[in-house]
Ligand binder design. Structure first.
Ligand code: PXP
Length: 274
């Protein structure tokens, strides 16, 4: 950091924070009645038109929302990268290797859970995770591990498993925010921030997601180490009221504004101004 009054480097152009839109819950609504409507592929195309940098879809073992044929169609049709979320099982590994999406995010999965409730236990599942990471990376797929913002999980992701990317679970931060617990929200956000810094230092690319809303996205977007946010449920819910395109465009604008603001604050601090 430059001392006050010292010449500072030019402000670099805004580093783009990517938005991955998770379209799982379009499939949840479709599956409530069977049939084909609403179509997750159409939602993915609309999301891209509204500013999504990529599309995320979770093929769960029980196929409760996204189906195998959704993955086939998404991979064939969308014009931006597909991020396939999956459990680290041999079945899912085979599917990923058949489709070769741009990226895979390995997540813990329990049949009885409503959503992905926590991060991977990287230490305990280390050898199976490593097996999946090696096979996927060998096929040219970028692999991330969905983990809690915890120093041990970060170290194990890099050193034990050999992942290229971690996605930090933002669920606890968003829950504290929903409960109007300002101190808890700040504490959880600080955990994410220090985990993001540690992950980047360990050579990992950093993503974040789960439970993000218009109210919480700014906090995550301000963490300059984070390269990508993955957001789904809130956007699909908001689309009921405002339409999918406008909901995504608004989220995109809030992310960009928060990122710009954070970069400007760093620059002002470097120049010795409050
Ligand atoms: N990232 C990961 C790894 C997830 O499992 C999910 C939920 O499927 C999300 C992001 C998106 O979470 P939400 O739907 O709560 O925005």
């Amino acid at each position: 950091m430059a001392a006050p009054g010292e010449a500072v480097p030019q402000l670099k152009p805004l580093r783009h924070l990517r938005l991955g839109v998770n379209i799982d819950h379009v499939a949840t609504i479709r599956n409530a009645r069977g049939g084909r409507h609403p179509d997750p592929l159409r939602a993915a195309q609309m999301a891209i038109g509204a500013g999504a940098d990529g599309i995320t879809a979770h093929l769960r073992e029980d196929r409760r929302h996204i189906s195998d044929s959704d993955i086939t169609r998404l991979k064939a049709e969308i014009t931006r990268p597909l991020n396939l979320e999956m459990a680290a099982t041999d079945e899912m590994l085979g599917i990923a290797l058949r489709h070769v999406p741009h990226a895979c995010c390995l997540v813990p999965e329990k049949r009885e859970e409503r959503t992905t409730e926590g991060g991977l236990d990287v230490l305990r599942a280390g050898s199976q995770l490593r097996h999946c990471v090696e096979a996927l990376a060998g096929a040219g797929i970028r692999v991330s591990l969905f983990i809690e913002p915890d120093p041990q999980a970060i170290e194990a992701s890099a050193a034990l498993v050999g992942a290229q990317v971690v996605e930090l679970h933002t669920g606890a931060y968003c829950e504290r925010a929903l409960a109007n617990d300002a101190a808890g929200t700040a504490r959880e956000l600080a955990r994410i921030e220090s985990a993001a810094r540690a992950a980047l230092t360990a050579g990992l690319e950093v993503h974040a997601g789960h439970g993000l809303t218009y109210g919480t996205v700014g906090g995550a977007a301000r963490i300059l180490e984070v390269a990508e946010l993955n957001i789904g449920h809130f956007l699909i819910g908001e689309a009921i009221f405002t339409g999918l395109g406008p909901a995504i465009a608004r989220m995109r604008a809030m992310m960009d504004e928060a990122r710009q603001d954070a970069r400007e604050s760093v620059h002002k601090t470097a120049r010795g101004r409050p």
